[in-house]
Design a protein around this ligand. Structure first.
Ligand code: CND
Ligand code: ZN
Ligand code: ZN
Length: 378
């Protein structure tokens, strides 16, 4: 199916394997099997460090181990399996952590993007045929969200990869694989932020900053950024926040503070942290009669959230979405084109660029609050 010299053969390469919970990544030699029918093998070029990957390390998000995580990336097709028609060897591509099969009821729905072929609801970490394409030290290693981008080579389903402009700089465009699209889309597609509105964004990491970019692009008049780490405020202002506040600077709960600042509540609020208390605070700070609150942060697994239903009875809307509500195959090429046309300052969230082998350093920077986005290069 391909002209590359590695096509059809097992590739031995480096990958960052997580053998157990709460342990560092281990750079190992892994074997990556050739793609089977309807699968694509990629050579990774750049991968971002997103908090969701760290949620697997910490156990906040469950996944079978051992596993190769990473879900925000860009690469080049090395070879394709039988029946693959939408990409070919040499194409620049972005893997999709949320697939678009194009056939299920969700894919056919005009608004929805949570394709039934996703590996998010119940992560299984295997390909369609029930096996994995990675082995290490004789053991199968699980995939993560159908992407596993912390590996020099990875195998993905054709429904989990999309071709992008051959001129795109992959070390930046990789952000369109998660952080950028998730944040920006949550503002423009999910909340549908309106011109002149007031927004509050809880959490100013890579995803939260892209929510701010989306609010600004939609014409919001006030964008109030909320974070415990005031080192994040300068960047938030740079990308469009009009005010920045730290909940620790107030005696009152932060939702009360926000309601006072905005005459009864914001029009749109976003939780981009992944905590129950801030999800309820974000809901509470939006206007009781017409506020819309969007959950983006991934919460601790299998825990219920106590909240007063009166918060919704008065008229608030509570929503959530993965990947900013975008259907990956349809939307990513357009987002890349908009990025190439300089429609948004995507790269301003990149604070560090490290060689892939320094992945543990990249995660330490995230955990200590010193980085926004670290890009690992291969
Ligand atoms: P990152 O950790 O970079 O940002 C989180 C920010 O929240 C940091 O700046 C923290 O200082 C701040 N913070 C932490 N606790 C509090 C608090 N109590 N009050 C105020 N601020 C606080 O994370 P990220 O931007 O990479 O990701 C953010 C969340 O989004 C995270 O939960 C991740 O798993 C999730 C996410 C969701 C999706 C999706 O499709 N919905 C995709 N990727 C990531
Ligand atoms: Zn589908
Ligand atoms: Zn992510």
């Amino acid at each position: 199916m391909s002209t590359s010299s590695t096509a059809g053969k097992v590739i031995k390469c480096k990958a960052a394997v997580l053998w157990e919970l709460k342990k560092p990544f281990s750079i190992e030699e892994v074997e990556v099997a050739p793609p089977k029918a309807n699968e694509v093998r990629l050579k990774m070029v750049a991968a971002g460090v997103c908090r969701t990957d760290d949620h697997v390390v910490s156990g906040q998000m469950t996944s079978p181990f051992p596993v190769i995580v990473g879900h925000e990336a860009a690469g080049i097709v090395e070879s394709i399996g039988e029946g693959v028609t939408t990409v070919k060897p040499g194409d620049k591509v972005i893997p999709l952590f949320l697939p678009q099969c194009g056939k299920c009821a969700v894919c056919k729905h005009p608004e929805a993007n949570f394709c039934v072929k996703n590996d998010l609801s119940v992560p299984r970490g295997i390909m369609e045929d029930g096996t994995t394409r990675f082995t290490c030290r004789g053991k199968p290693v699980h995939h993560f969200l159908g992407t596993s981008s912390f590996s020099e080579y990875s195998v993905v389903d054709e429904i989990s990869v999309v071709k992008i402009d051959p001129a795109s700089p992959l070390e930046k465009a990789c952000l369109i694989g998660c952080g950028f699209s998730t944040g920006y889309g949550s503002a423009v597609n999910v909340a549908k932020v309106t011109k002149g509105s007031t927004c509050a964004v809880f959490g100013l990491g890579g995803v939260g900053l892209c929510v701010i970019m989306g609010c600004k692009a939609a014409g919001a008049a006030r964008i109030i950024a909320v974070d415990l780490n005031k080192d994040k405020f300068a960047k938030a202002k740079e990308v469009g926040a009009t005010e920045c506040i730290n909940p620790q600077d107030f005696k009152k709960p932060i939702h009360e503070v926000l309601k006072e600042m905005t005459d009864g509540g914001v029009d749109f609020s976003f939780e981009v942290i992944g905590r129950h208390d801030t999800m309820v605070a974000a809901l509470s700070c939006c206007h009781e009669a017409y506020g819309v609150s969007v959950i983006i942060g991934v919460p601790p697994g299998s825990q219920d959230l106590g909240m007063n239903p009166m918060l919704l009875l008065t008229g608030r809307t509570w929503k959530g979405a993965f990947f900013g509500g975008y259907k990956g195959k349809d939307s990513i090429p357009k987002l890349v084109a908009d990025f190439m046309a300089k429609k948004f300052p995507l790269e301003s969230v990149i604070t560090h660029v490290l060689p892939f082998e320094k992945i543990n350093e990249g995660f330490d920077l995230l955990r200590s609050g010193k980085s926004i986005r670290t890009i690992l290069t291969f």
